[in-house]
Design a binder for this molecule. Sequence first.
Ligand code: M6R
Length: 364
Amino acid sequence: EKGEFRHFMLKEIYEQPRVMQAVLEGRIASGHLLEQAFGSDAGAVFDRVKQVQIVACGTSYHAGLVAKYWIEELVGIPCMVEVASEFRYRPVVLPEDTLLLTLSQSGETADTLAALREVKARVLATLAICNVPGSSLVRESDLSLMTNAGPEIGVASTKAFTSQLVALMLTTIALGRRHGLSADKETALVAALEQLPELFQQLLALDGPIEAMSAHFAEKRHALFLGRNVLYPVAMEGALKLKEISYIHAEAYPAGELKHGPLALVDKEMPVIAVAPRNGMLDKLKANLQEVRARGGELFVFAGCEESIQSQEGVHVIHLPALPPVLDPIAFTLPLQLLSYHVAVLKGTDVDQPRNLAKSVTVE
Ligand code: M6R
């Protein structure tokens, strides 16, 4: 039931502090990961994994792209990510000791299931990160980790995505242990994850300013999302959300690609949304933002720290609360969810059941 909320999507966005708790419950203790949560054979599998192949669709694919950054940075083993509808129909090369990691809210997505069935016999093991216990994907995988987000009714995935990211960070820690991730580093990562419920409460307090910002988009037909590094997939997810429920054409680019083409599209009719963390890439991103301003593009920036960037003519900035950098992709997602929600409400579209879309794509 929607209760006090106007739409399931909004209810599900607001459930995220609780969901962050649920996905961590029973998975961590005394600053460490409890890897039995993946299944009793998990330890023996993780001991042997030499690379990870992630396969998923839509929002779940974006979660996979975030995990690639994490796995390659914190574990130091290769991680490939591909949309299931492509992966299943080509002769993929799977090196020895590959872990096939499928991501799916429903566990019933036709292409993801088909991809699993296609390569199951050729990989070391299969791990499903999924929100529906007993779903086909979970039943057919060797290992699984439930995201415990509770039923997601809105077609636009919200809490399923952020809980997948947490599950993926837990997976990163499990693999990292075998590849030099120190106990101290693990404790620091777990401590960061434990801040998520409180952090999501704070992020929800941005709802008012984000709703006010949404008015700038109601008349627009296109939007460009920019991010770098681990926030590039977050920008992709922001763009998907906006197009799905408000029918505004939105594209995401890694900010460094701007001059390689998309800058040609920028004029005053093209709002640009940027996710700007506080790390070393910020200065580069700022240079990109100047390019946009110089062409009359209006900028909407979600920024990681107060000093980094301020609102000015044509630049609207919303500052996120301070957070451990490793949480950036999880935290920056919520404001983008709220932005697309409020734009859709202003446009009067069917938020929970966007035209032409089904919650679960069980037929390819
Ligand atoms: O159930 P799944 O996670 O496998 O679904 C994958 C996509 O169909 C899904 O994420 C879709 O892109 C959503 N409508 C996104 O909001």
